[in-house]
Design a protein around this ligand. Structure first.
Ligand code: NAP
Length: 360
């Protein structure tokens, strides 16, 4: 008979770990499936620790003003995890910054540690199948482990979108990337003109980051105004290495087998005219898709596949005892701190559900 759990949490971003911290402090002994370290997850951007693991400094997570963060992280996180810490940000002279805002991977390692400190158990594997029609629920991992659970919190987040061009897939990992922070410092991108596609905060953040290495960054946006917040817009407009390519989309990625990507062909959204831009890389920042494929119709979702909450400001899904938190159920706010907040809510909802059913 498969193990029977009180709370199984699927996902390991801010929502998953916040749920685990609350559930473990409530003595519910949660089990977290944090995802597997596979090539496929790497390519999809769905590795453990979620999207924050793919970012640099997080300046807007309350409680983490810039400071000597690394010392604190080293003191808080188990020694066997220290090798996973990202390199420190550099100042303009190439020296390690000693005062900086917490980096995404550091923040996630801190959350994971905090959950573990209260007894959360972690399995480094993907959930590939669930059955929420029977109770206790059935949950199956990619390595064939089967778990039964009284409650389940889905916190699997969302992943970056690509344009879907054939030429784009041809040059994936050979000039095309959806993560500037992961790949931007690679030698192939240094001192070259680069392209970022998109007009939101991610596009500006990626462009600003890439401008440190690139000779120039072209931001290709399909409209003539950015969606990004005002403060991010000002950052882009005041950076003389960033050039806006308004009202254009990428029609084709150019390159050859020997050199990989060498440029992009732009098409105007106003008059359909085309022109080529020389570039060493193209970075996508055009939004996200929720990681809900493994649920295969088990829960009500919207047209984009985001899990629907059954009642406003409750993490209840269409199945009693299954809760959803973080970006997997949020196509609107999508912030680390809102994800953490809904993770907390999901754990409290699960705790109340178990208490109502008399399950300890
Ligand atoms: P987003 O706000 O949804 O922006 C996506 C951008 O991609 C939009 O400008 C959109 O154009 C464009 N786009 C979408 N599909 C496209 C296509 N097929 N071809 C060309 N362009 C396309 O996504 P995001 O920038 O990833 O941000 C998501 C959330 O995370 C937001 O809430 C944002 O505030 C937050 N975030 C915050 C920070 C920060 O504060 N430091 C950093 C990153 C992200 P249109 O504008 O025309 O729709």
């Amino acid at each position: 008979m498969a193990d029977l759990e009180n709370v199984v949490i699927i996902g390991s971003g801010p929502a998953g770990w916040s749920a685990a911290i609350y559930a473990s402090r409530a003595n519910l002994h949660p089990l977290v499936f944090e995802g597997a370290m596979t090539q496929e997850n790497q390519e999809n951007g769905t590795l453990p620790l979620g999207q924050l693991n793919l970012t640099t400094e997080v300046e807007n997570y309350a409680g983490f003003p810039a400071g000597a963060v690394r010392g604190f992280v080293l003191s808080a996180v188990d020694e066997d995890q220290h090798g996973m810490l990202p390199p420190l940000p550099k100042d303009e002279h190439g020296h390690d910054e000693n005062k900086y805002a917490v980096m995404g991977p550091e923040l996630m390692m801190l959350m994971r540690q905090q959950a573990k400190n209260f007894g959360t158990r972690v399995i480094t594997d993907d959930v590939v199948e669930v059955d929420f029609q029977t109770h206790p629920f059935r949950i199956k991992s990619s390595e064939g482990k089967e778990i039964r659970a009284h409650t389940c919190i889905i916190a699997t987040g969302a992943r970056a979108n690509y344009l879907g061009l054939e030429s784009e897939s041809r040059f994936k990992n050979r000039g095309v990337s959806a993560c500037a922070v992961c790949d931007g410092a690679l030698p192939r991108f240094r001192n070259k003109p680069l392209v970022v596609v998109g007009g939101g905060d991610s596009a500006v953040e990626e462009a600003t980051y890439l401008a440190k290495f690139a000779s120039k960054v072209h931001v290709v946006h399909r409209r003539d105004e950015l969606r990004a917040s005002k403060i991010m817009q000002e950052r882009a407009f005041s950076n003389n290495k960033i050039q806006m390519e308004w009202s254009h989309t990428v029609d084709e990625v150019l390159g050859d087998d020997e050199r990989g990507l060498t440029g992009v062909r732009l098409v105007s959204t106003k008059d359909g005219s085309k022109r080529d831009l020389e570039a060493g890389g193209m970075f996508l920042a055009i939004g996200h898709t929720p990681n809900t494929a493994f649920l295969k119709g088990q829960l009500d979702m919207n047209a984009q596949g985001y899990i629907k909450w059954k009642a406003p400001f409750r993490t209840y899904t269409s199945v009693d005892g299954v809760f959803a938190a973080g970006d997997v159920s949020d196509d609107y706010y999508r912030q680390a701190i809102t994800s953490a907040g809904t993770g907390c809510m999901a754990a409290l909802d699960a705790e109340r559900y178990l208490a109502d059913k008399g399950i300890e």
